[in-house]
Each structure stands twice: as C-alpha cells, then as structure tokens.
Design a protein around this ligand. Structure first.
Ligand SMILES: Cc1cc2nc3c(=O)[nH]c(=O)nc-3n(C[C@H](O)[C@H](O)[C@H](O)COP(=O)(O)OP(=O)(O)OC[C@H]3O[C@@H](n4cnc5c(N)ncnc54)[C@H](O)[C@@H]3O)c2cc1C
Length: 356
C-alpha cells in the first residue's frame, strides 16, 4: 500500500517494473483483448457451408476468418467508426465536387471485402455454391465492421437488376463482379472495378416509392434521360454508379416510375450532376455515409422497360434485404463471441462468469 507520507517518487518506484501497474491500482479480473481470434471458428457456419454446396470454399473462409479476427482488421473496424465520413461539397476554389472523404481504414476494409469476392464476384463464378460462399465470407468478415457491408451488398445486388438491360450489363457487370477495389471518382469504364448504390427513397414516401416525384425526361438519344429531383436516403454516395427511380411522363413511351443507371462520372470524364446536400446523422452504420443527393439535368440510362421501375429495382432490393439478414446474423455472432470471451475471463462471487 502507498501511504500518504510517501514522496511521489517513491510511489512511482513502487509500481515501476510492472507494466500493468498504476500508482493506485493493478488491473485484474479484466479479459485480455479478444483479438487475435478466428472469426470462422463457428461450427454451424462451417456445417452450413458444406451442406449448401460450398465446401470448396472452406480453406479460403478459414483464412478470411483469421484475418477478420486479427488485431489489425479489428482496429480498422474501430477506426472506421471513430473517424466518420466527411462531406466535401466544394473544392478550395469553389467548384462543386460532392465527394465524401473516408478514413484509410474504410478503404482497407473495402479492399479486402471486394478482393475476397464479397461484392459482385459470385455472379461471375460458375462454381455451384458461389453465392453460399460469398454469404459465408460476409458472415466472417462482418466481424470487423458492418457499415462497409452496405456498398458491397448494393454492388452484389445491382447485378441482377442490370441484367434486365443487356447493353448496360455488358459494359458494367464485368466491372461490378471483379475483385478490384479502386476508390475515387473516375470514368467508370476506365476503372478496374466499380461499386454500385441505389437511390429510391424520397422524403414524402419512404417505402412507398410510387410517390416518387423525381422526374426523368427523355433526350434525343434513345434510352438516355435527364433526371431532376431529390433523394432522401442514398447510402455510400462515393459509389461509381447508382440505380435510381424516377417518373417518366407518358409520351413517346409507356411512362411511369422507371429505373435508371446514374454514373457519378460521365463517359466523357465530366462529373454528372449529383449534388450531395448533406449526410445523414444516423443512429448506427456510422462508418458508412448516407446522403441526400439532388439531381438536376443528371444524365441517366434506362434500366428495364419504362414504367417497370419497381419490378426492375426489386431484384436489387431483394438481394440487399437478404444481406441485411446476413449482417444481422453476423452482429449476433460477433456479440456472442465477445460475450463468451468476457464470461470466460471475468469472475464474480468466486467463480468465472462462464462457470456461474
Ligand atoms: C441505414 C439506412 C440506409 C439506407 N440506405 C438507403 C439507400 O441507399 N437507398 C435508398 O433508396 N434508401 C435507403 N434507406 C432508406 C430506406 O429505404 C427507408 O428507410 C425504408 O424504405 C423505409 O422508409 P421510411 O424510413 O421512410 O419509413 P416508412 O416507409 O414511412 O415506414 C414507416 C413505418 O411504416 C411501416 N410500413 C411501411 N409500409 C408499410 C406497409 N405497406 N404496411 C404496413 N406497415 C408499413 C414501416 O415498417 C415503418 O415502421 C436507408 C435507410 C437506412 C436506415
């Protein structure tokens, strides 16, 4: 015990030589850090992987699980949520740029996720069980952080919707199903890999997208329109392309709510109009930016037939909702792992919590 009579130096010396020691107390009965651990150490998951025809992916999944549980990847998850995305509407000269800056940890997480095939890759993988393998990968890599699963999920989900329009699918699907993560706004076809987002929701309607008021006006070029309006919740606005719903007035075609492909950068290298008004102040999912973009003369390509917007984009929505199930399961599993670790190392009333 340190007494009041001791000089400060003596107090210091008493605790010196014990790295965990402090002048007033020792750290005891606290768990060691969980990392490094193996996030794929999950019997039900591995059994499911084999049962559903993706046993071939087990070695890769184990590797990814160890990487997810590494101290480095766990820290990326922590940092990506501490250093939240920042909206830059203008550059220093006053030009509109509408970019969101992320902490490097966000890019590290996305690079691994895309590289490990957790975005669009299974659509280009002929092996049976490719989608099962991706989901299992998401279940273990999700131990790092949930927010970056939003753009990988939307990229995965955009593919079946885009395939309704073969001429667009031919250009974009190979880039959405690749394993290269290339951040930054550039002409999509000049990048090695793309991410996709979606803009459906508007203030006045929420899930009832039939109330969308964003308009799409046909241009002289068939299949090309310009959009005008505002979206209330467009996540991951630094994605390269978006599927967007907008109303076409009846005229040359059928008219009605339709689905469009909106690239952030046009084929000639100029920026498409995608004015980010603000980022949402969300309760969760804070590492990931969600935005309110404004479209005004925004160039868009029709996906699926005019008037069939919901039918077309629902393919994308369905896939993202399946990924919501995956992400929720990951969060529950991670919570259980954390709780089990704590209970194995913490004692109360004379025994470890796990034994109580
Ligand atoms: C983290 C996050 C990210 C998002 N990212 C995107 C994005 O990238 N792109 C995008 O377009 N949108 C995005 N959204 C918006 C999302 O699509 C909407 O929040 C969702 O469609 C619900 O709309 P709303 O919040 O306006 O609620 P509302 O539609 O107004 O619903 C309010 C309540 O009514 C209930 N309700 C709605 N319809 C019915 C019905 N038919 N029958 C019975 N009950 C009903 C709902 O369950 C809810 O409880 C995101 C939302 C969140 C939280």
């Amino acid at each position: 015990m340190t007494t009041l009579a001791q000089e400060p130096d003596e107090q210091y010396e008493e605790s010196a030589g014990r790295p965990e020691g402090y002048a007033t107390h020792d750290v005891t009965n606290q768990p060691p850090p969980l990392a490094p651990y193996d996030a794929s150490d999950d019997t039900a998951l591995l059994e499911g992987l084999r049962r559903e025809g993706a046993g071939w992916a087990e070695d890769g999944l184990r590797r990814l699980g160890r990487r997810a549980g590494s101290a480095e990847a766990q820290e990326w998850g922590d940092l990506a949520n501490r250093h939240e995305p920042v909206l830059r509407t203008h550059d220093r000269y006053g030009n509109r740029v509408d970019e969101v800056e992320h902490h490097p940890s966000w890019h590290h997480l996305l690079r691994v996720a895309v590289g490990e095939g957790l975005a669009g890759a299974p659509w280009a993988d002929g092996r049976p069980g490719a989608h099962v393998a991706r989901t299992a990968g998401g279940l273990v890599w999700g131990h790092t952080e949930a927010g970056h699963g939003c753009p990988t999920s939307m990229t995965y989900a955009a593919v079946p919707a885009l395939r309704t329009t073969p001429e667009l699918a031919e250009v974009y699907v190979p880039l959405l199903t690749g394993r290269e993560y290339e951040p930054g706004l550039r002409t999509p076809t000049e990048k090695r890999g793309l991410l996709a987002g979606m803009g459906m929701t508007e203030k006045q309607g929420g899930s009832d997208v039939r109330t969308n008021s964003t308009t799409a006006t046909p241009t002289a070029e068939p299949g090309v329109y310009t959009l005008r309006g505002h979206k209330w919740f467009t996540s991951a606005p630094m994605c390269d392309v978006f599927l967007v719903l907008a109303q076409v007035a009846p005229g040359r075609g059928q008219g009605g709510l339709s689905c469009f492909l909106v690239p952030r950068v046009l084929p000639d290298g100029t920026r498409n109009t995608f004015r980010i008004q603000r980022l949402k102040d969300k309760l969760g999912n804070r590492s990931n930016a969600s935005s309110e973009p404004e479209f005004d003369g925004t160039v868009a390509w029709l996906v699926g037939p005019e008037g069939q917007g919901v039918k077309t984009i629902i393919e994308m929505v369905n896939c993202t909702r399946l990924d919501c199930v995956m992400s929720s399961a990951t969060l529950m599993r991670k919570t259980l792992v954390e709780a089990g670790h704590h209970a194995r190392h913490r004692s109360a009333f004379g025994a470890r919590l796990a034994d109580q």
